[in-house]
Ligand binder design. Structure first.
Ligand SMILES: [Zn+2]
Length: 94
């Protein structure tokens, strides 16, 4: 079971109290992109075996979205933050 402390309300929540929102950090392309680029944005996602930056929602609590750095193999969480504040294990901002 995945347990994540929401960075907004500070409550520790189990994964069934949260909603997984997929890969974090995606940037919507300009309207002028071609169909291939738009399709990539809509459907193509990283599926790493290892560390992954994800977005989650505290759906049973405050309803806020936040980012999580999680190992997809072990489910070990190394960082949780409000958007644009996540610091990767390397110390770099994501
Ligand atoms: Zn919350």
């Amino acid at each position: 079971m995945i347990l994540i402390r929401c960075p907004h309300c500070r409550e520790l929540r189990a994964e069934d109290e949260l909603v997984y929102g997929g890969e974090a950090g995606l940037i919507r392309p300009a309207e002028s992109v071609d169909d291939v680029q738009w399709t990539d944005y809509l459907f193509m996602r990283a599926n790493p075996k290892g560390m992954h930056c994800e977005q989650w929602c505290c759906s049973a609590g405050c309803g806020q979205w936040f980012e999580v750095m999680r190992d997809t193999v072990t489910h070990r969480i190394t960082a949780v933050a409000k958007f644009q504040q996540l610091v990767a294990p390397s110390g770099e901002m994501t």
